[in-house]
Design a protein around this ligand. Structure first.
Ligand SMILES: Cc1cc2nc3c(=O)[nH]c(=O)nc-3n(C[C@H](O)[C@H](O)[C@H](O)COP(=O)(O)OP(=O)(O)OC[C@H]3O[C@@H](n4cnc5c(N)ncnc54)[C@H](O)[C@@H]3O)c2cc1C
Length: 376
């Protein structure tokens, strides 16, 4: 699977990514190919039509997609978080209803936790759902919903009398559906070609069985959602690794081509040492992604490992993209080469699925509780 995706990325994605990204155009044909590979079912069990990939293989596939264009890994990511949530917490009936269509990519998923006044502090979210007979009525504003407009299925965190509850909201792809309106398409620095939108809910009605996991899980949604973000963080780490590798390879190739003072620039120690540091950090990133993916595959708690991988890989991606740009001199600053794209795409990984500051909090909290469990 990894080799197949790598080959396709080299042939069809890398040569076309910059033109699509500069036009901010949704990569419709590439998404069809992702469907054909079965990648929307990466983490869905084969009983529901998915590939049931282990996390390590999934992470390696994500890395290959991001090597060509980070946006492609984003198309798959929020979808996989939603699928993971349903796999883990959904009732048998909910899995039968949603997972087969998600596995083929016919239904694409979006993940909707963040709000204008609730990002890192997700527990302060205000979107609310009130029970009315056999239905729930949802009101509120969600923002940063990646894939929100094209999605057919949204995992939505909302406040209910019992606490925060996760709803699975079905919708028609497009700018509006029932009481849901895409109120703004957010114009971003990078991560182009994929929509990230603000969505408003005004008296939007969903059936009672839209509560993920049924009424037993009312008020337990925040824990469920944050648990699924572990998979999202491994995805972001792998994505960052892909971008860092792409930037490094470009810098390496350029360092042989470009000559100054009568020799290739990689013969100047200042440039060679940059390449050495970049390669070392990329290798460390690779090992951290593997460690997090293996912990998840072993069924162990992977909060610390996923947090470490996400923190280190995202910081590395930005550093490597910056150094790659500097190695390119003036050519790193023009749209003729993909270097400036890596430089604009990399910072997102510091933010999505929790900022670096939040990862440090997650890592520290996990370390302290593991220490106490082992030493008490
Ligand atoms: C392009 C893009 C796509 C996204 N896609 C999605 C999506 O699909 N679904 C979704 O739900 N969300 C999505 N997000 C939202 C993303 O998860 C949030 O932006 C992120 O969690 C940070 O929240 P915030 O932007 O509100 O920053 P804030 O929470 O306002 O943080 C501002 C700053 O304060 C720091 N900070 C906050 N609290 C603390 C603390 N306790 N200690 C130390 N520092 C702190 C932060 O690290 C940051 O530096 C997306 C964001 C972007 C930019």
């Amino acid at each position: 699977m990894v080799a197949t995706v790598r080959e396709w990325v080299a042939r069809d994605v890398t040569p076309n990514a910059s033109a699509l990204e500069q036009a901010d155009e949704f990569p419709a044909e590439m998404v069809e190919q992702l469907k054909a590979f079965g990648l929307f079912g990466s983490k869905i069990d084969p009983t529901h039509g998915g590939l049931g990939l282990d996390t390590l293989t999934y992470a390696r596939v994500v890395e290959e997609l991001a090597y060509g264009w980070m946006t492609l890994s984003g198309v798959v990511n929020t979808h996989t978080i939603v699928a993971t949530l349903i796999e883990r917490q959904g009732t048998a009936e909910q899995k039968d209803r949603w997972l087969p269509k998600m596995a083929t990519g016919e239904w694409r998923g979006a993940f909707s936790l963040s709000e204008p006044d609730a990002g890192s502090d997700a527990a302060s979210l205000r979107c609310r759902a009130e029970r009315d007979g056999d239905e729930w009525v949802i009101n509120g504003t969600k923002t940063w919903v990646t894939n929100g407009e094209r999605a057919s299925i949204l995992a939505l965190a909302a406040r209910t009398p019992e606490g925060i509850t996760c709803f699975i909201v079905e919708k028609e792809p497009g700018p509006s559906h029932g009481g849901i309106t895409v109120s703004r398409n957010i114009d971003k620095l990078g991560y182009k070609g994929i929509e990230t939108v603000e969505m408003s809910y005004v008296d939007h009605r969903v059936p009672a069985d839209a509560v993920l996991g049924g009424d037993d899980r009312l008020g337990r949604g925040l824990g469920d959602v944050l648990g699924a973000l572990e998979m999202g963080r491994i995805n972001i780490a792998a994505r960052a690794l892909g971008v860092a590798r792409a930037a490094f390879d470009a810098a390496m190739a350029y360092s042989f081509e470009r000559e100054t003072f009568g020799r290739p620039i990689n013969q100047h120690q200042a440039i060679a040492f940059k390449l050495a540091d970049m390669a070392t950090k990329i290798e460390a990133s690779r090992l951290l992604v593997r460690s997090a993916a293996e912990a998840a595959d072993a069924g162990r708690r992977a909060d610390v490992e996923a947090g470490m991988a996400k923190l280190y890989c995202s910081e590395t991606a930005l550093e490597v993209a910056t150094e790659a740009m500097r190695i390119h001199g003036g050519m790193g600053y023009v749209k003729d080469l993909p270097i400036e794209r890596y430089y604009r795409d990399a910072p997102l990984m510091l933010l999505g699925e929790g900022t670096s500051e939040i990862q440090r909090m997650v890592i520290a909290r996990g370390l302290l509780s593991r220490w106490q469990a082992e030493h008490s």
